[in-house]
Design a protein around this ligand. Structure first.
Ligand code: CTP
Ligand code: CA
Length: 225
């Protein structure tokens, strides 16, 4: 069908997307964090809105404008991101976890700036909550739960491991060892895996990659698969 004849593919759907890094504070001036510009998650939010969805975007600290028509909730730490995501969960049709959540946070956050003393300093870190796994296991689980996998080796093995371990419907795997995709890049390429299939999304601007991933999401919401 030509553009304008078919209704937008995500019309009437509610999508919750997380994007960007989380920062786990060590003291008032330092943090532990992940590399992430938020560009992929923001591109997904913009594309989902353009495809007719009602979009809520939970964003870590990024230097990006809110896509028009998107409801944005800003957070800093993983714990705050989890609280915001779970609060927005009821009534969502799909959750896409595109955030680069820090896996570990400092065991304690100093109230004053930590002063340099010894030549070596060991930091004690504790695991953060796995937001994606919590959404997938939630009593109000959206029909579709989509994760990302940032890998530098053995893409398929690790991505399929995460798909199964977290109980996801789809996982979009990103080879972050390559400079032309992932992280701060404007382009990306993804391999999407599900239980009994896979789909390659070719190297392209993140806006185009976002539309391709959302079209897999729309297929599944349409067929109820
Ligand atoms: N994720 C999450 N909460 C965390 C860690 C990860 O929601 N505390 C989500 C990410 O947003 C992503 C997916 O889980 O959608 C996979 O993230 P990734 O870092 O690739 O995998 P991990 O499960 O954290 O495993 P590892 O970093 O050891 O590869
Ligand atoms: Ca991780």
């Amino acid at each position: 069908l030509a553009d304008g004849l078919a209704p937008p593919r995500l019309a009437g759907r509610r999508l919750l997307i997380s994007a960007g890094p989380t920062f786990e504070d060590l003291d008032p001036v330092r943090f532990v964090g992940n590399r992430s510009s938020g560009k992929m998650g923001f591109a997904l939010a913009a594309a989902a809105r353009a495809m007719g969805a009602d979009v809520t975007l939970v964003a870590g600290q990024v230097a990006l404008a809110t896509p028009p028509g998107v409801r944005r909730i800003d957070v800093r730490r993983a714990a705050e991101m989890q609280a915001a995501v779970l609060a927005a969960l009821p009534g969502q049709d799909a959750y896409i976890g595109a955030a680069a959540v820090a896996d570990y946070a400092p065991a304690e956050t100093a109230r004053q700036k930590i002063k340099k003393k010894e030549e070596r300093l060991a930091l004690e870190l504790v695991r953060t909550p796995d937001i994606l796994a919590a959404v997938a296991a939630h009593p109000q689980r959206p029909r579709l739960v989509v994760g990302f996998a940032a890998e530098t080796a053995d893409l398929e093995t690790y991505a399929r491991g995460k798909l199964a371990a977290k109980g996801l419907d789809l996982i979009a795997a990103n080879d972050v060892s390559r400079a032309d995709r992932g992280f701060e890049a404007d382009d990306n390429a993804l391999t999407v895996f599900w239980r009994d299939g896979r789909h390659e999304i070719a190297h392209a601007p993140k806006a185009q990659v976002a539309r391709a991933l959302l079209s897999l999401v729309a297929d599944r919401l349409e067929t109820g698969r």
